[in-house]
Design a protein around this ligand. Structure first.
Ligand code: SIN
Ligand code: CO
Length: 417
């Protein structure tokens, strides 16, 4: 199902189930190491999977996660869909007519579970729930820069979103009940006109399977697919962001212009001291086009500009993400004492990326200037043990920085146990 036009439109905010600092976090399930075969990928190692299937061809994996427990129950999903900050959509296919509504949905606004042919899609569940975030973390054998979000769908019997294609890679993990997936590598991706959602005009399925809880289907972009619930079911969709080339170009140029302004480079004004008087004022002067062409030809960038752009752009939280700072924050000394005992973890909404010279936290770029192994570890594990923190606790710029992040709600005391 198309998630949204780009990855910047999902939302988040405080939820009733946000854990207080002292509450133990959800047990992390580490992503499989690149060269270790894993049930998650049908006993391929992540390296083999990436080489053979990623962006190339579909893969059905039976019992990718045996004995799976849905990260949220149906009722918890419905509760999320009732929140203002959560992106939820209801798709109905009643009497052969597709309809789409956007949430929030009060429980009595959703059709009854007994009524056939509807589905509720909730986007960005990982931003709202630690169990959902933990499920997404299993897929961190793909760089965080590509990982987008976890969408959970609930469907009544025969519910689905119609045959369609997506423009990103997706793992469709069945977590409750059964769903029949039919897929096709067809070239004809023409959509039916006049519908509120993307439904293919001619769907010619080539393969089909019924997925049971724990089964998973990987689809690269542009594979046509249609998933129909057989009885009530829930599906988790782990999606990857894939900004278009034109979006990347536009955003990069914007970033460059902003940086240029910040560095005082773009202060020079356009000048035309040789402009003569004209008879046809509406005509765009050819000399103007030429001069602006010369200005644009002077725009320069280097690899660091590109890395800085990508780091800030990709770590920027989605527009309505709201962090929950602690209500009564510990002062720095107490924070150090608490983290020395309990360790730290990144808030589930925090994005922390790094590259050779900078790290990027929630859209901010910080020069790390030196060997900051602790930072790489925190970014890669999303957690820091108490023991590790103790080794840093006398480095005051580090503790001041971490305390600042704690006060902003970006990290919490208590490691992922
Ligand atoms: C998808 O087709 O991408 C997921 C739709 C669903 O979970 O119903
Ligand atoms: Co889809």
């Amino acid at each position: 199902m198309p998630r949204r036009p780009n990855h910047h439109s999902a939302e988040a905010a405080s939820t009733p189930n946000s854990s207080p600092a002292s509450e133990p976090a959800t047990q992390p399930i580490l992503p499989p190491a690149p060269d270790v075969p894993t049930a998650l990928l049908g006993n391929l190692s992540p390296s083999q999977f990436m080489r053979r299937y990623w962006q190339k061809k579909p893969l059905l994996i039976r019992q990718a996660i045996p004995n799976i427990v849905p990260p949220l129950s149906r009722d918890e999903l419905f509760e999320l869909a009732d929140q203002e900050e959560v992106e939820a959509r209801l798709i109905t296919h009643f009497r052969n007519k597709w309809q789409l509504e956007h949430g929030p949905f009060a429980p009595d606004e959703l059709p009854s579970a007994k009524q056939r042919g509807w589905t509720l899609l909730v986007q960005g569940v990982d931003l709202h729930d630690d169990r959902a975030r933990a499920l997404l973390d299993r897929f961190r054998f793909v760089p965080d820069a590509r990982l987008d979000d976890l969408m959970i769908s609930y469907a009544s019997d025969t519910g689905g979103v119609g045959a369609h294609f997506d423009s990103y890679d997706v793992f469709l993990l069945q977590v409750k009940g059964k769903r029949r997936w039919r897929i096709s590598a067809q070239k004809d991706l023409t959509l039916q006109a006049g519908l509120p959602l993307k439904v293919l005009q001619n769907f010619e399925p080539e393969q089909e399977w019924v997925l049971e809880p724990g089964d998973m289907l990987y689809l690269p972009p542009h594979i046509a697919h249609d998933g129909i619930a057989e009885g009530e079911c829930m599906t988790c969709s782990i999606g990857f962001r894939a900004p278009s080339e034109s979006e990347l170009t536009a955003q990069f140029l914007y970033h460059l212009a902003e940086r240029g302004e910040a560095a005082g480079k773009t202060g020079a004004l356009y000048r035309d001291p040789r402009q003569s008087a004209v008879e046809r004022p509406a005509e765009l002067p050819a000399a103007l086009v030429e001069r602006v062409g010369a200005i644009l030809a002077r725009v320069r960038w280097n690899e660091q500009d590109i890395a800085s752009f990508l780091g800030t752009y990709l770590s920027e939280p989605k527009p309505s993400v709201v962090f929950d700072p602690p209500q009564r924050p510990l002062n720095e000394a107490r924070f150090i004492a608490a983290a020395s005992k309990q360790g730290l973890r990144l808030d589930r909404k925090t994005n922390l990326l790094y590259e050779r010279r900078f790290f990027f936290v929630n859209g901010e770029e910080i020069a790390w200037g030196g060997a900051k192994k602790w930072l790489f570890d925190l970014a890669n594990h999303r957690s820091m043990s108490a023991k590790r923190f103790v080794t840093l606790s006398h480095d005051s710029p580090v503790t001041a920085l971490l305390h600042e992040w704690y006060c902003a709600g970006w990290i919490q005391v208590g490691e992922l146990a």
